[in-house]
Write a protein that binds this ligand. Structure first.
Ligand code: GLU
Length: 416
């Protein structure tokens, strides 16, 4: 991703926040306050590599706003991580938490690195080093990290262990997305995909399309993409296209998802095992009912928005569609379920995990699933209703729902 793209990401987020707050009747003071994170920490983390040399990694933690409660959001390990991106991502987390009515503001962290090129022990040292570097500003009632792009439950376990050592008491509530044996929640690993599947149900019913045999295209085969493909396949839909960073696979009769799930590596790479592939660009313009961008930012842009042939777009990734593309697809009558709503399943079950850690009492998977569905459907209905009654696109409607509680909390606290 280029700097211009990430700059645009932050700027376009700020534009939508501004418009949402204006529509809710707030003035310039509130807009100025909520447009930027209240805190951004940059850290330099020296790590001893396996070859004996030390390498310095750069990491960030951005906290958008803590008027509602502690901040919450994932940590990504990716070569393209940068300050602007982390800031934008932390603002999106606030909106997600607002839509789901969680007692959190948004946070996000990242380390510039390529975990695909690091050993297990190097990753452990980096995860622990990051926690040591940010430990002052995080904690179970301050800011609660979680998995994001290319981080997983093992990394969460190391981070939780490091934090508990620093504080000298067991602190499972410091981080979510942990392995089950360390206080993780049932249903957390597949939660983002579950949430997306619930949003697909809702969107299909608005469009009057049955799920049975609906044609689904999924960009990305990481955590969200692969679980979603599995859920769609199990529910009787036809997953006709999937992709990873290298290429895409297409079969109009439906792909063999079980086989692909078995053969993917832990970063979601699988297309390298096939000769017959199409490009990611071709995948996005396939004729289908539902298109799910589940990879990275800026995939549907002004350049390809005209070519999308889906009836519904459900954003499982953060920021896959630019503002201009949102306008184009909305005008073309495509129903877009925006990221801040569609991908909230992850943070919702993270919230359940944190509640279970605080209670020391653990729920069944059925309980998690029922509560997740309730919250996601409630969020969808609120956003859809505002979209209809105020004649605003789904993204703006989602921001209006998502920022409302935070602005009210800021007012009550007397900050603005
Ligand atoms: N990284 C996920 C997201 O972008 C989950 C965050 C969390 O569970 O706190 O929503």
């Amino acid at each position: 991703m280029t700097d211009i793209e990430t700059n645009n990401m932050l700027e376009s987020t700020q534009l939508v926040i501004e418009e949402a707050l204006q529509k809710l009747g707030y003035g310039e003071d509130m807009i100025a306050f909520l447009k930027e994170p209240i805190r951004l920490l940059t850290v330099r983390i020296p790590i001893r590599m396996d070859d004996g040399n030390t390498r310095v990694f750069i990491g960030y933690r951005s906290q958008h706003n803590d008027a509602v409660g502690p901040t919450k959001g994932g940590v990504r390990f990716h070569p393209d991580v940068n300050e602007m991106e982390v800031k934008a991502l932390s603002i999106w987390m606030s909106i997600k938490c607002g839509i789901a009515n969680l007692p959190y503001g948004g946070g996000k962290g990242g380390i510039i690195c390529d975990p695909r090129k690091m050993s297990f022990r190097e990753l452990e040292r980096l995860s622990r080093g990051y926690v040591r570097a940010i430990s002052q500003i995080v904690g179970p009632s301050k800011d609660i990290p979680a998995p994001d792009v290319m981080t997983n439950s093992q990394i969460m376990a190391w981070m939780m262990d490091e934090y508990s050592r620093i504080r000298e008491f067991d602190s499972p509530g410091f981080i979510t997305g942990k392995p089950l044996v360390l206080g993780g929640s049932l249903g957390r690993e597949s939660a983002t995909a579950r949430g997306v599947a619930i949003m697909i149900d809702e969107a299909l019913s608005k469009k009057g399309i049955p799920l049975q045999d609906a044609r689904v295209v999924i960009q990305g085969f990481g955590n969200a993409g692969s679980y979603l493909a599995k859920f769609m396949h199990e529910a009787g839909a036809k997953v006709i296209g999937i992709s990873d960073v290298n290429a895409a696979l297409y079969n109009e009769k439906g792909l063999d998802i079980e086989d692909l799930m078995e053969r993917r590596d832990s970063f979601g790479t699988v297309t390298n095992l096939f000769k017959d592939t199409i490009t990611n660009e071709e995948l996005l313009s396939l004729d289908c009912d539902i298109l799910v961008p589940a990879a990275i930012e800026n995939q549907i842009t002004a350049d390809n928005a005209d070519k999308i042939r889906a009836k519904i777009i459900v954003e499982a990734a953060n920021g896959p569609t630019t503002l201009e593309a949102t306008r184009i697809v909305t005008e073309r009558g495509i129903l877009l379920v925006p990221d801040v709503l569609a991908s909230a399943g992850g943070v919702i079950v993270s919230y359940f995990e944190w509640v279970q850690n605080n209670q020391g009492y653990y729920w069944s998977e059925a309980e998690v699933d029922t509560k997740l569905r309730e919250m996601m459907v409630h969020g969808f209905n609120q956003v859809y209703e505002l979209h209809q009654t105020r004649h605003v696109n789904m993204r703006l409607a989602a921001y209006m729902v998502g920022v409302r509680k935070m602005a009210e909390a800021v007012r009550f606290r007397g900050w603005v």
